[in-house]
Design a protein around this ligand. Structure first.
Ligand SMILES: [Zn+2]
Ligand SMILES: [Zn+2]
Length: 290
């Protein structure tokens, strides 16, 4: 039975209600469905949940867990941004309540010209959006990184390693999200030693933790990517270090719940994995690759 722990509904930037996601998941024969709305940030973005909706979100998901009891497990998670000194999965806001699991993600980098600014009144404009539209990404890359093109990848992987060391979460989201805008290697060379050594900072930080890394097929469904996050060589490094994985779709609509799952499972198999982790209300367990 397939499981999916990375799903967005209209509490954040998902296209439909949590009810519609749950119904579709049940129709698809999903065994365990996890909701992971973009958690509130200390400033407005068009895609994060407002802090005052967090309670309603948890109540809605818990109602769905009751509704599908015995038929499908429904879990309540959050996809929480890590921004050093601004927001982290370890924040008190996310340690209370009835969350079943936490996903950590790097979507925003402190823009180089904002490094020393006060963090008391952060705004979205202070950040570089890693998975921005191609057009915005190009403009901001030019603005912040034109004279030092490697610094963006350096900032990304330093932030990811720092997020891992800070802990307080179960699943690491889209390990190499910075590839989204690097089509044809236009910003950095993904096969270079320098790039690989940066990605390895995050791989090494995972050793000795119980953090699960997701294989994320979202960019295959939404942006026509040929392979999931993370890249195959990173998965092999994770396998050799005995890091656990799961396969998630990062669905923003019901039809994406199991999109490209076979490709995700294939990437897992090719890296050597023969089991997936299943976080749950009563702890973690393993399943085979379906
Ligand atoms: Zn994300
Ligand atoms: Zn997501």
């Amino acid at each position: 039975m397939p499981n999916n722990y990375h799903s967005h509904c209209d509490y954040c930037d998902g296209k439909t209600s949590a009810e519609e996601i749950a119904k579709a998941a049940h129709d698809y024969g999903i065994g365990s469905l996890g909701f992971s709305s973009h958690a509130p940030l200390p400033f407005y973005t068009p895609w994060n949940m407002d802090a005052d909706r967090l309670g309603s979100y948890q109540t809605t998901v818990s109602g769905l867990a009751d509704k599908y009891k015995g038929k499908m497990e429904v879990l309540c998670g959050l996809e929480i941004d890590y921004i050093e000194a601004v927001c982290a999965p370890t924040d008190r806001l996310f340690s209370t309540g009835s969350l079943d699991y936490r996903i950590a993600a790097i979507h925003l980098l402190s823009a180089p010209n904002n490094r020393n600014a006060t963090k008391s009144d952060p705004k979205l404009e202070d950040y570089f959006i890693v998975d921005d539209s191609a057009q915005n990404f190009a403009a901001n890359f030019k603005k912040y990184y034109a004279d030092k093109p490697w610094q963006m990848a350096e900032d990304y992987y330093h932030a990811l390693a720092s997020c891992i060391r800070n802990g307080g979460f179960d699943i690491l989201a889209h390990f190499d999200l910075l590839r989204k805008n690097n089509r044809d290697g236009q910003y950095f060379d993904e096969s270079s030693e320098h790039y690989r050594s940066l990605a390895m900072l995050a791989v090494d930080a995972l050793v000795g933790t119980d953090i699960i890394v997701e294989i994320n097929t979202g960019a295959m469904a939404r942006y026509g990517f040929k392979s999931p996050y993370p890249e195959g060589w990173i998965l092999k490094e994770l396998y050799s270090r005995k890091i656990d994985i799961c396969v998630n779709s990062d669905a923003h609509s019901p039809d994406q719940l199991l999109a490209f799952r076979d490709e995700g499972l294939k990437a897992a198999r090719e890296a050597g994995f023969n089991k997936l982790v299943k976080p749950g209300k009563s702890g973690r367990s393993y399943t085979g690759l379906e």
